[in-house]
Write a protein that binds this ligand. Structure first.
Ligand code: NAD
Length: 297
């Protein structure tokens, strides 16, 4: 194994993750459709930039940190994709949050070309990407492949958990984000109803944080991002809505009627429809507040 790692997708998460990987001693070459952004990032942190996918040919491990599974497929097998440039045996480590069934299909198509794949999505958001303390959920059909990915993952995360076969990391990630997203929806509704009754929302969050209603959102999101109106978690509304949709599709593909999951997915899609492109996920609160008060605030 060489120390050469390709990193495709230099967005909010990919920037700190690729930087940490280089700090851990890997020789990192970055690629992004936004070549100027990739070049600026590479120059700022001593990484190499690939202007095209051909620039990743020397890497025997490729990390993808892209919006969804469609983008991962395009980056590997699409026009100007990476696959034709990679040596047989190269491992794709897909750290994006993608749909598990699409991941299994992509893994089979790559295998037919002599390339291997593991899924390794992350949780912890931008602050833990920066600290290198992400939780990483690894799906792999082959323990030897997971072991080839592990040193790379250790450069970006703290908890590295093997979840089962290829696609299982992506299934776990989508279900985790369903729980997180629905926690946010529940707290939002509680604050909006409580405020109309006359409760003070800041005090409500404080009380929840020492009560049984406490969760990640009450702890770290509601006050700084919603009540103080920063709306800047670094995690786009479109991406969280996508994740809840992946969990919903997973339940449907298993012929399961998951009612709360379906309701949550509808609420996130409505927020996405109501808010401007590029909105932060925490801004969903505003869309739901408007809908709950009949379109006015
Ligand atoms: P982002 O939109 O900030 O970055 C995505 C990057 O991918 C962009 O720079 C874009 O130009 C690039 N890109 C898109 N298609 C491409 C292609 N075909 N080839 C090359 N580059 C391409 O997204 P992000 O917030 O960094 O999230 C990335 C992934 O991580 C998503 O799947 C998201 O759901 C997941 N995730 C995000 C967070 C978070 O807090 N932001 C946390 C955990 C997981």
């Amino acid at each position: 194994m060489s120390s050469a790692v390709g990193f495709i997708g230099i967005g909010n998460m990919g920037r700190p993750m690729s930087r940490n990987l280089a700090a851990a001693g890997f020789d990192v070459t970055v690629f992004d459709l936004n070549v100027d952004a990739a070049r600026a990032h590479a120059n700022a942190h001593g990484l190499t930039v690939a202007e095209t996918m051909a620039g990743l040919a020397a890497c025997d491990r490729i990390v993808t940190m892209l919006p969804d599974g469609k983008a991962v497929r395009a980056a590997m097998l699409g026009e100007n994709g990476a696959a034709p440039h990679l040596a047989a045996g190269t491992v794709l480590i897909d750290m994006s949050s993608a749909d598990p069934v699409g991941t299994q299909e992509l893994g089979a198509e790559l295998a037919a070309k002599g390339l291997a794949m593991v899924d390794a999505p992350v949780s912890g958001a931008v602050p833990r990407a920066e600290d290198g303390t992400l939780t990483i959920m690894v799906g792999s059909d082959n323990p030897a492949l997971a072991e080839r990915a592990r040193p790379v993952l250790a450069g970006m995360g703290k908890e590295i958990v093997h979840t089962g076969p290829l696609g299982s990391g992506h299934a776990m990630k989508a279900l985790n984000n369903y729980v997180a997203a629905t926690g946010f929806a529940a707290v939002s509704e509680a604050l909006i109803v409580g405020q109309k009754f006359g409760l003070e929302p800041g005090k409500m969050v404080e009380i929840m944080n020492t009560s049984t209603g406490r969760n990640f959102m009450t702890d770290l999101v509601m006050k700084p991002h919603v009540l103080d109106e920063a709306f800047a978690t670094g995690f786009a509304l479109a991406l969280l809505s996508k994740d809840v949709g992946i969990a919903e599709d997973l339940a449907s593909s298993l012929d399961m009627d998951a009612r709360l999951l379906h309701t949550s997915a509808v609420m996130w899609r409505e927020a996405l429809a109501d808010l401007p492109t590029g909105a932060d996920n925490s801004e969903a609160y505003k869309a739901w507040r408007d809908r709950m008060s009949g379109g006015t605030t």
